[in-house]
Each structure stands twice: as structure tokens, then as C-alpha cells.
Design a binder for this molecule. Structure first.
Ligand SMILES: O=c1ccn([C@@H]2O[C@H](COP(=O)(O)O)[C@@H](O)[C@H]2O)c(=O)[nH]1
Length: 236
């Protein structure tokens, strides 16, 4: 779907980075009809949260399974084949060629969309160099986007800072999903490449991933709804 086809409300993905299934279900109940798209990552998945994917899908919600897979190609293919049966909409893998190729093979013709994580939003150029990379963030994100596109990956996870450059490479053929979203005044935490919801949408993000600013808010529902208003205003 192109951004104009996605309802503003559905462009917010709330990261359920919570310690237990009970805590996640309590948060989902608090957010009620306001939130239509959830992300399940390491914290909840390893706390027994995988069955929540099907439960949420049965309630008409979408789920982004943020498992950031990375292994030899055959193992990734087999893992993704298993994941296709869970009912998620998006699944992440790291943007390494063998990994992306294996994931696309495992996804086959199912409705699961593979997102490649280009460069984590908590990294800047210094962090990449410290990890042994020669390229800076923008060069590496763009190189990985080119590879992902050739390999048939469905979308990219990047920071909103790279969205403009990536649109020139992938057009609207790939979903651009951006964490590193911080409503004005909220704590940055460990994120380094950040933008407000409104600016991220204006830059061209398809979906915004927001965790702590919503799930740690005194009123998560009001916070999520305020972000959705900001998204709708930026869409115009
Ligand atoms: O590059 C990436 C990829 C994934 N994430 C995930 O998104 C959320 C962001 O949570 P916040 O609390 O809003 O910072 C979190 O689950 C990360 O694992 C990311 O931040 N950056």
C-alpha cells in the first residue's frame, strides 16, 4: 500500500515492549480501538508472547513481529516458513544478503511481508565504525536498500532521517517503517536518529513504530491518539 492508501490511524505501530503476556494484554485493553497495529519484539516474544500474534489477528489487529532474524540462509528460510503460520503482517530480518534471500524464500507466496533492518536507529556513524564498518549510516542504509530491493524484500526499517533518500531508490515499491520516533518533549533514551511523528510522516515514512513514549506514558491511550492526530495533520 502507498502512504495515501493507509489510514492515518493505521500508520502508528505500538511496540509492546513489556515483560509479560499479562502486561501486554492489559496494555492492549487500555489502548482499545485506538491502536490497530502492534509490534512484538524480543522482550515479549521470549516471555511467551508469540501466541498473541494469532490472538491479535483474530481481533482484527495487525502484528509486526520484530525478531530481527540473522543466520545462515537455510536456517532463516526454515524459520520464516514456520513464522508464516503465526498470522503476522511484518517480520524483520537483518539486511545481510544471505539472510534477506533466505527470508524471501521462506516467506514464499504467503501474505507475510519481510522487512530488512538497514541500520539500527540507535547507531550513528561512530557506532558503525566501532563495529568495524567502513561506511557511514547514510551510505550503508542506501547500499542495503539497493540489495534488499534486488532480493525481493518487501520493506525496510530505517530512521526517518533516511526516508527521503530511500524513496529515490525504492519509490513506493517498498514499505518504509521507521522507529526512532519521539513526540516533542519525550525522552530520547538510547535512540540516536530520531524525529517527531509529524516530521517523520512529512518526510515520507509509511509506518511509525513507537514504544516507550506510549507504553510508559501515564495515559497510553491519550498519547497514542495524540500521535495519530499529529500523523493525520502531517498527511494533510
Ligand atoms: O532500527 C531499529 C529497529 C527496531 N527498533 C525497535 O523499535 C522499538 C522502538 O521503541 P522505542 O521505545 O520507541 O524506542 C523497539 O522495540 C526497538 O527494538 C528500533 O528502535 N530501531
Amino acid at each position: 500500500m502507498t502512504p495515501t492508501e493507509i489510514a492515518p490511524k493505521d500508520r502508528l505501530i505500538v511496540a509492546l515492549d513489556l515483560p509479560s503476556v499479562d502486561a501486554a494484554e492489559a496494555m492492549i485493553n487500555r489502548l482499545g480501538d485506538s491502536v490497530t497495529f502492534y509490534k512484538i519484539g524480543y522482550r515479549l516474544a521470549y516471555a511467551g508472547g508469540l501466541p498473541l500474534v494469532g490472538k491479535l489477528a483474530d481481533k482484527g489487529k495487525k502484528v509486526f513481529l520484530d525478531l530481527k532474524l540473522h543466520d545462515i540462509g537455510n536456517t532463516v528460510t526454515q524459520g520464516v516458513e514456520s513464522i508464516t503460520r503465526l498470522g503476522a503482517t511484518f517480520l524483520t530480518v537483518h539486511a545481510y544478503p544471505q539472510t534477506m534471500k533466505g527470508a524471501v524464500e521462506g516467506r514464499g507466496n504467503t501474505s507475510l511481508k519481510i522487512l530488512a533492518v538497514t541500520v539500527l536507529t540507535s547507531y550513528n556513524d561512530d557506532d558503525l565504525h566501532a563495529a568495524g564498518y567502513r561506511l557511514g549510516v547514510s551510505e550503508l542504509v542506501e547500499a542495503r536498500a539497493q540489495q534488499a530491493q534486488v532480493l525481493g524484500v518487501d520493506g525496510l526499517v530505517c530512521s526517518p532521517e533516511e526516508v527521503g533518500a530511500l524513496r529515490k531508490i525504492v519509490g513506493h515499491r517498498m514499505n518504509l517503517v521507521t522507529p526512532g520516533i519521539r513526540p516533542a518533549g519525550s525522552a530520547t533514551g538510547d535512540q540516536k536518529r530520531i524525529m517527531t511523528p509529524g516530521r517523520a510522516i512529512a518526510a515520507g515514512s509509511d509506518y511509525l513504530v513507537v514504544g516507550r513514549p506510549v507504553v510508559e506514558a501515564a495515559d497510553p491511550k491519550a498519547t497514542a491518539e495524540a500521535i495519530q492526530v499529529e500523523i493525520a495533520q502531517a498527511v494533510g
